[in-house]
Structure formats: structure tokens, C-alpha cells
Design a binder for this molecule. Structure first.
Ligand SMILES: [Mn+2]
Length: 222
């Protein structure tokens, strides 16, 4: 039984889901025993990508035993993990947010770098260790970087995002039309999807003792 779990914040987006899956694979390839788990439901977009790439949905875990260790991907705010785990259980944090409280995870190795997607940081680990990711990991990491950088148009995009996507595409390209379908899926706010998206795309921040919620809706052709 693995006692290391990779995960992201509750109700993770595609970047969090991709990192969770691919980093568990990376750790297993380096001789560790890790399992990917999601805390809650992935976003509409992340669910679409898992289905489209026929990637099995990771197990769902919202509580952890005291002897289990956690690695947080695309997440670094203790506030997101209240009542789910203790700060001491976290042994590693990989994120790309300037505003973070990662230092509160006192037992964790922290990597926070300003790139377009946390998936870029995870993909670079494969490259640095000369480990070839599986087709599914190569594809979901690409999808996450393309999505998170709004197809490399977001101002947070860096050369590192571009470079690593080219490397991943050489290993396993995404299906034709995939990028368009992914953005279209994320833009579908019909029926109860607007509510679902608002539930999962709400960021909660604590600034000067005040809790602040921010909802981000992304759509094509708006
Ligand atoms: Mn991200």
C-alpha cells in the first residue's frame, strides 16, 4: 500500500488533475510508491479531458491517515486543505502562484516557480531525469499547459511552457482538434454547468485577515 499520495486542492482544475496523475507516475518511475488521488470532483474541463484521453479517474480521497504523506500539486494555500489533512503531513509542494503560503507546510520541500502551469514543472521533472512519460501523462500534461496558458496567450506564459509542450508532443501528440474541443467543452455553461463551474472555479484567498472569493469563467468566442 502506498503511503504517499499526490493531490491538488479540493475540486481541482485540469492543471491540478494532470499534475496529480503525472507526478505519481514520475515518483513510481523513480522507485517510490505513490498513488494519485483527487479531493472532490474535477472541473468540467478536467472531466472532459480525462474522458477524451481515456485516462482512468483517480481515486477520491478527502481524508488521510496520520501515517500517510501528501504531495500538493498546483496548490500551496493551507486554507484549501482545512479539515482534510494536517500541515505536517505534506512533504512536498509544487506550485506556480506568486501569492502563496507554502512556508506554512513546515515539513515540505517547496518548489514555486512562475510558469504558466504547474504541469510545466512536473513535465520538466521527467525531462531532467530522462524519464519518458506514458502517452497518457504526456497528453494530459500538454492539455493542462495549453489550457492554463490559454493556448500560450496568457501573460503568465513563459518559454519554459512552450519548450516543454514541444518535448511532450514529440512523445505523444494530442489528437487533432483536441485543443478546440477542450476550450469548447470549458465554454459550455448550459443547464447546471454554470453553477458547477462557479462552484469549482472559485478561488479563496486570505488577504489581511479577510477571506476573499474570486470566480473565473473562461470561454471561447465571448
Ligand atoms: Mn495551475
Amino acid at each position: 500500500m502506498p503511503n504517499i499520495f499526490t493531490t491538488s486542492y479540493v475540486d481541482p482544475d485540469l492543471d491540478g488533475v494532470a499534475c496529480t496523475i503525472a507526478y505519481a507516475e514520475f515518483l513510481n518511475a523513480t522507485g517510490k510508491t505513490a498513488d494519485a488521488c483527487l479531493m472532490g470532483k474535477p472541473t468540467v474541463e478536467a472531466k472532459f479531458v480525462l474522458t477524451k484521453l481515456t485516462i482512468p479517474h483517480p481515486i477520491i480521497r478527502t481524508n488521510f491517515e496520520p501515517d500517510e504523506s501528501l504531495i500538493l500539486l498546483d496548490a500551496s494555500e493551507p486554507i484549501h486543505f482545512e479539515n482534510h489533512l494536517t500541515l505536517e503531513q505534506v512533504i512536498e509542494v509544487i506550485d506556480h502562484r506568486k501569492v502563496n503560503e507554502a512556508a506554512k507546510f513546515t515539513n515540505a520541500k517547496i518548489q514555486i516557480e512562475m510558469v504558466g502551469a504547474a504541469a510545466t514543472l512536473v513535465a520538466e521533472k521527467f525531462l531532467q531525469q530522462s524519464i519518458t512519460p506514458s502517452t497518457k501523462s504526456a497528453q494530459i500534461l500538454q492539455a493542462a499547459i495549453i489550457s492554463n496558458t490559454q493556448n500560450f496567450q496568457a501573460t503568465t506564459t513563459t518559454d519554459r511552457d512552450n519548450t516543454i509542450v514541444k518535448w511532450l508532443a514529440n512523445i505523444a501528440p494530442l489528437p487533432a482538434d483536441f485543443t478546440h474541443e477542450m476550450f469548447a467543452a470549458k465554454s459550455d455553461f448550459s443547464a447546471n454547468k454554470l453553477q458547477t463551474t462557479m462552484d469549482t472555479e472559485t478561488g479563496i484567498f486570505e488577504i489581511a485577515g479577510q477571506r476573499l472569493g474570486l470566480v473565473q469563467l473562461e470561454m471561447v468566442g465571448s
